[in-house]
Write a protein that binds this ligand. Structure first.
Ligand SMILES: N[C@@H](CCC(=O)N[C@@H](CS)C(=O)NCC(=O)O)C(=O)O
Length: 213
């Protein structure tokens, strides 16, 4: 049985936004059976030699599928898509488009958006020059994403794929709504993905299960 390592307890600020949700959402879309291993972050469940075998950076999510051990949310959702034959096209050209947008979500978008969020967490007033730079970087990529979305419902192909799970999650965890709202197609795309019944079930189950530390 596929085993998924997700949080059972995590700090209140992160609860509801963590990256195990990407994997849980993909599994819900694919209707694949799995067993959940709940990990308590404050109790240091991630900082053991056994868990490091699965996840070298001691992070969530990770999976163990009958001995196939994988970390990195993007690698996991692509693996699950290929395993199930769902949420990824079967041909090389279509698969490449999905991979392209998985990388774009994890790199071109998550990097500036997460960096901005972290700068706001640390509230380092001396970092204003750097913050302005990162803000410009984020806005440039959001603007380009907005243009790409013209006439498109989904990011990589005509139908919903695992690239949309990653991209919608990256956009959805941005706390500062005013950052995304000027990009109407990006905001509409995010809302369209997050309105999917499988996401709603995923986040509901997560909130019922995961404790806030
Ligand atoms: N690139 C990794 C990042 C994983 C990650 O940052 N996980 C966070 C939770 S969302 C984590 O486990 N944080 C706990 C820690 O670093 O101690 C992925 O996409 O899976």
């Amino acid at each position: 049985m596929l085993k998924v390592y997700g949080f059972s307890k995590v700090n209140a600020g992160a609860r509801g936004n963590t990256r195990d949700l990407r994997v849980l959402w993909a599994l819900e879309e694919m209707q694949l059976p799995f067993e959940l291993a709940g990990m308590d972050h404050p109790a240091h469940d991630l900082n053991t030699p056994a868990y490091r075998e699965l996840s070298p950076f001691e992070q969530i999510p990770a999976i163990d599928d009958e001995g196939l051990r994988l970390s990195e949310s993007a690698a996991i959702v692509v693996y699950l898509a290929k395993k199930s034959g769902r949420l990824i096209p079967g041909d090389l050209a279509g698969e490449s488009q999905v991979l392209r947008w998985c990388f774009a979500a994890m790199n071109s978008l998550e990097l500036p958006l997460m960096s901005l969020q972290m700068l706001d967490w640390v509230q380092d007033d001396g970092g204003q020059k750097y913050r302005q730079f990162v803000l410009g970087w984020a806005r440039r990529h959001l603007g380009n994403l907005d243009r790409w979305l013209e006439g498109r419902d989904f990011i990589a192909t005509d139908s919903f794929t695992v690239a949309d799970i990653l991209m919608a999650h990256v956009l959805g965890v941005v706390k500062d709504r005013s950052l995304i709202e000027p990009y109407a197609r990006v905001a509409g795309y995010r809302d369209r993905c997050l309105a999917r019944p499988a996401w709603k079930r995923t986040i509901e189950n997560y909130c019922a299960r995961v404790e806030a530390a």
